[in-house]
Design a binder for this molecule. Structure first.
Ligand SMILES: [Zn+2]
Length: 321
């Protein structure tokens, strides 16, 4: 499909999705539930005994960068991992935009998430235009419920980018509502509130990120950097701040650039391990904690279920080894 056709198809798809989840559709579902005079049923748990993890990012690379390693480790253990982008990323490039870019980024992130062992979902909301509306609160609530999430990951709401901030706000706004039976009754509520955690970041105001758990991703680092390198419009071509010089012109240049991208990513996640070294040592013990090369770190949200650190270690991979 060309950009224009894709854009039209996107509108139709978005209309179907939004129509079922908000506005008149939500109102009708609510009235129908009230008419039964009964509390709606809770979501049935997954039957395979595996965990369900849903990670939200604002753009088709955010959750992959922040939690792609632990996501890959969870997926390798047979757990259900979904990575959601709350916008379609259609202004995230220096020379492309609109439907063509959204379509390209959707294809890239599907490939990336498949390589991580996760399911990708991209909401058809324009990049740079995400708002913390009631309609979006319903969509996020329903996504968490449909995935029967045990663990929900999201950015904090202190961030330079409005889409990152509002993704954080929307997930926080859903943290309690996922358990409310008569809110969005068309999708069964969760009887057990999931654990909500924030990704690490470097923003200081009004309060800095405080790691509650730091996880070794050494066993998934190559899988993670190879998968993220597939997001070529971002990682190779340099996002909205890039320029023509970043685009490889020959096969040799391309291979060299991909190597540089992977190395840059390795350094980035090694930086996370070094930054949260004290937490790694606290959780893994001195000997093992010092040896971790690559890590991801998370802070427990005050909303949602608040497990002990011992239970958190059981929820996350690598600690039982
Ligand atoms: Zn982003």
């Amino acid at each position: 499909m060309n950009g224009k056709n894709w854009f039209v198809a996107g509108i139709v798809l978005a209309a179907c999705f939004v129509g079922a989840s908000s506005g008149r559709g939500a109102e009708e579902a609510w009235n129908a539930t009230l008419a039964t005079g009964k509390k709606p049923p809770a979501a049935a748990p997954r039957e395979d005994g595996k965990l369900s993890i849903i990670a939200f990012g604002a753009h088709p690379d955010d959750s992959e960068l922040k939690a792609g390693g632990v996501g890959a480790l969870w997926a390798a253990e047979g757990h259900h991992v979904k990575l959601v982008s709350t916008t379609n990323g259609d202004v995230g490039h220096w020379s492309q935009a609109g439907g063509t870019l959204a379509q390209r980024r959707l294809a890239e992130v599907r490939k990336c998430d498949t390589a991580l062992g996760a399911t990708a979902e991209v909401l058809d909301i324009h990049d740079g235009e995400l708002m913390p509306t009631l309609e979006n609160r319903r969509i996020i609530t329903q996504l968490i419920r449909e995935w029967k999430a045990d663990v929900v990951l999201a950015p904090r709401s202190n961030d330079y980018h409005p889409d990152h901030r509002y993704t954080g706000i929307l997930v926080q706004d859903a943290a309690f509502m996922v358990t409310v039976p008569f809110f969005c009754p068309a999708v069964p509520y969760l009887a057990k509130n999931p654990v909500f955690l924030y990704y690490s970041d470097s923003f200081e105001r009004p309060n800095p990120f405080r790691p509650d758990i730091a996880v070794s991703i050494d066993d998934a680092i190559e899988k993670k950097v190879n998968a993220i390198a597939m997001l070529e419009s971002q990682m190779v071509e340099g996002c909205c701040g890039g320029d023509e010089r970043l685009v490889p012109k020959t096969k040799e240049e391309y291979l060299k650039r991909m190597d540089a991208v992977r190395e840059r990513l390795r350094n980035r996640f090694a930086g996370v391990a070094n930054q949260y070294r004290a937490k790694l040592i606290e959780l893994y013990g001195e000997e093992r904690g010092k040896k971790v090369k690559y890590a991801e770190a998370f802070e427990l949200c005050e909303y949602g279920r608040r497990p002990s650190i011992a239970e958190l270690k059981k929820l996350f991979p690598t600690f039982a080894k």
